[in-house]
Design a protein around this ligand. Structure first.
Ligand code: ADP
Ligand code: MG
Length: 407
């Protein structure tokens, strides 16, 4: 799971590329081929007794429907491409997109023509013979070694399958691979237009509202595993937020920077200097936990208890403490804008998920009171859905390893 995605996306969302409605009038007319980079990197369930694998979570497939509908209703052919898992540049039957084509066909309610090759004569012939409004899905782009290396020839071969490029793979948008960046560039070199799809447009709009004149007070909540993953987003948010509430494992690196002992908690030694710099830049806008849940380990039977101030040797911080949860809730309830990324503790274990739940409850109240609230990140989105808080925010961003494994 790549947690820096969200930061990259928030940082980038000021530059807004053209959308489908900004394309030249003849770009999507009858018979034109729209090459669409979607994010169909979905979790698969292994089939039993030789039956083919099944799509275990189709959120990303449903998220692609508006773009595909828009293209096909205009009369153009939608040629979809995506990666799935990590086949390592060589065909791996278990990671074929064929079962995904089947599920997408059910959701779309129309045929989806699957191509066993990603580039070359087979897809060219299939696309050629289809009528306007048809939908094609190419085989996993990562079956080709040129995908991850953003090889020019592979990018050109992909671009040859379209008259217009549409980027709609929000979760993969920050990766410079052949099917994301390479094909778009090749297409533009050939004088053909490129646009972002509906999903990317919706996400950029939602995240853009955070950095363009957000309503004050703007409270940003940042947690999760590492400072190093989030440096970009912390800096970006410091430029716009009135308060930055820090939780999760990254707080211990900040504690270290303040000279407060963090016991055996995970500290990123090579980021302590960054944390010091951020602390002095942010002044009292940056809030750190004043108490913690400290555990003797992460095993089932390990003892844990709330501690104030520093964390004793032999123990590690696993969640924000109850006082901190209350302080953070108060700040969030007063906010008109909230941006949240990263759980407050080891949220995978219910007993260490209370801090995250407290934040979710306050965010829900702020949303109900009319605040503009956005949460993003793979683990954060997973935790929110699991706790029944998926509707607690105005926008739940799929960015950051959307739903949810980047396998
Ligand atoms: P997101 O995917 O939402 O961006 P991250 O990937 O940055 O979030 O962080 C999520 C991970 O951080 C979770 O696996 C969680 O267990 C871990 N984490 C949070 N707090 C702690 C902590 N105190 N100690 C160890 N791991 C933590
Ligand atoms: Mg993550």
């Amino acid at each position: 799971m790549v947690s820096s995605e969200w930061g990259t996306i928030v940082a980038r969302c000021r530059r807004r590329p053209p959308g489908l409605d900004d394309l030249p009038a003849d770009a999507l007319t009858e018979g034109k081929r729209a090459l669409v980079r979607v994010d169909f990197n979905v979790p698969l369930e292994r089939g039993e007794g030789g039956t083919p694998p099944r799509v275990a979570d189709d959120l990303r497939l449903r998220a692609a429907l508006p773009t595909v509908e828009r293209i096909t209703q205009a009369g153009a052919k939608a040629v979809l491409m995506s990666h799935l898992g990590r086949p390592g540049g060589t065909p791996a039957p278990a990671l074929s997109l064929r079962p995904v084509a089947k599920r997408f066909e059910e959701l779309l309610g129309r045929p989806v023509h699957f191509c066993e090759e990603t580039t070359g004569e087979e897809p060219e012939a299939v696309i050629e013979q289809l009528t306007g409004g048809s939908v094609v899905l190419l085989e996993n782009t990562r079956f080709a070694p040129g995908e991850k290396s953003n090889d020019d020839d592979f990018a050109e071969a992909l671009a040859a399958l379209g008259d217009v490029f549409v980027g709609d793979a929000f979760g993969a948008a920050h990766r410079a691979h052949a099917s994301t960046v390479g094909a778009a560039r090749a297409m533009q070199r050939a004088g053909r237009p490129a646009a972002m799809g509906r999903l990317v447009e919706r996400e950029l709009e939602a995240l853009g509202r955070l950095v363009e004149e957000p309503e004050s007070p703007f409270v940003a909540v940042l947690g999760g595993a590492k400072v190093s993953d989030k440096l970009g987003v912390i800096e970006r948010l410091l430029g716009v937020a009135d308060r930055l509430l820090i939780g999760g494992a990254m707080s211990y690196t900040f504690m270290q920077a303040q000279g407060r002992p963090a016991g055996d908690s995970p500290v990123e030694d090579d980021r302590v200097a960054d944390a010091e710099r951020l602390l002095s830049e942010a002044g009292d806008r940056l809030l750190l936990p004043s108490d913690h849940l400290a555990a003797e380990g992460l095993d089932e039977g390990a003892d844990y208890r709330p501690v104030e101030g520093s964390i004793p040797a032999g123990q590690m911080g696993v969640d924000i403490g109850p006082q901190t949860a209350t302080r953070y809730q108060e700040a969030i309830r007063r906010a008109q804008t909230v941006a949240w990324n990263g759980p407050m503790g080891v949220v995978e274990q219910a007993r260490f998920a209370e801090g995250t739940r407290a934040v979710a409850e306050a965010v829900k109240e702020a949303t109900d009171d009319g605040a503009y609230t956005v949460a993003g990140g793979g683990d954060s989105a997973a935790a929110l859905s699991e706790m029944g808080f998926a509707d607690a925010v105005r926008h739940l961003s799929t960015g950051g390893g959307a739903m949810l494994q980047d396998r």
